[in-house]
Design a protein around this ligand. Sequence first.
Ligand SMILES: Cc1cc2nc3c(=O)[nH]c(=O)nc-3n(C[C@H](O)[C@H](O)[C@H](O)COP(=O)(O)OP(=O)(O)OC[C@H]3O[C@@H](n4cnc5c(N)ncnc54)[C@H](O)[C@@H]3O)c2cc1C
Ligand code: SF4
Length: 331
Amino acid sequence: MHPFALSRADDPATAVAIQTRDPGLAFIAGGTDLIGLMKDRAALPERLLDINHLPGMSYIEARADGGLRIGALARMSDVAASLAVRERFPLIAEALLFAASGQLRNMASIGGNIMQRTRCAYFRDEDDLPCNKRRPGSGCSARHGLNRNHAIFGWSDACVATNPSDLAVALAALDAQVIVRGRTGERSIPITEFHRLPGDTPERDNALDRGDLIVAVDVAARREARASHYLKVRDRQSFEFALVSAAAGIAIDGRSIASARLALGGVAHKPWRLRAAETALRGVSLDDRDALRSAIAASFAEARALAHNAFKIELAQRVVVRALQVAGERT
Ligand SMILES: Cc1cc2nc3c(=O)[nH]c(=O)nc-3n(C[C@H](O)[C@H](O)[C@H](O)COP(=O)(O)OP(=O)(O)OC[C@H]3O[C@@H](n4cnc5c(N)ncnc54)[C@H](O)[C@@H]3O)c2cc1C
Ligand code: SF4
């Protein structure tokens, strides 16, 4: 195990200031991703700053306007169990419950969840195979290697990895905001712009700068939120990352879709919003499977399979249809 020094911050301003001036320091919350990365030598911070005792970051606030604010240190299990979350945003509760294991969810924080790094086996491998995310400029072993679990949207020759967070997919469908405290104060980043596409710099996963501390996630009330569902397909039914997942929320008019919100997981370096499909779905009957399929196909013209993952293109469309139908049963 890589040696490190551990200290603790007691207020957010100090945490931001300490990390801003120390490039060898990383925040640690539940540690369920970071410690694994350190064991795999994919992250080698010399100093860890324990942020678990920062005040005012562990709450779940059900707002009077129907929205929700979740502190970055709230634990996945507490958020999944919250009555307000389950009633107002069932897809968020489901995305959390279908993630990791009970023990991990008790430790893992909301901020850590959206910050977790890819599960690409080459990135996590201790043997130091070429990986541009781990060692910029070394190449991408997955591009022409084993890429069954990799991206079908938005990838580059430099990196074909997917983002593993289930929660981020549900939040993307809802246009949630990530509240960040940094050197110049607090700002809000749309979750759809929080994670980056790989381009030529896959070592950068997200829009955060040094010193930035996620303090909360804001989810506004949406008319598509209650009739919503998170559907995750994985190689085994528990304790596994998504092969493909879909977050769907709808508002209906009779049996027709008045508006839809859709995002996919397991298909890109970031949660993948299906905006063309959302537009095409307006007015489509939930009972007309063929019409649902052809509306969803509007978002798949830009899908590009790798050698081993062409099946994801068909699978993802079926998962979206099913997620919409389950959401429709909740209207
Ligand atoms: C076996 C296993 C299975 C898993 N399965 C799934 C799954 O199916 N779906 C899924 O979504 N996840 C899954 N996970 C991932 C798990 O959800 C994450 O490890 C967890 O959410 C990370 O939260 P944490 O608090 O432990 O983060 P940490 O490990 O403490 O931190 C992770 C990263 O986030 C940074 N960080 C933490 N908090 C903040 C903050 N407030 N501001 C800025 N940076 C911060 C840290 O510096 C670090 O870089 C699995 C993990 C394991 C080990
Ligand atoms: S897909 Fe990305 S993370 Fe995986 S080997 Fe290629 S560069 Fe590394």
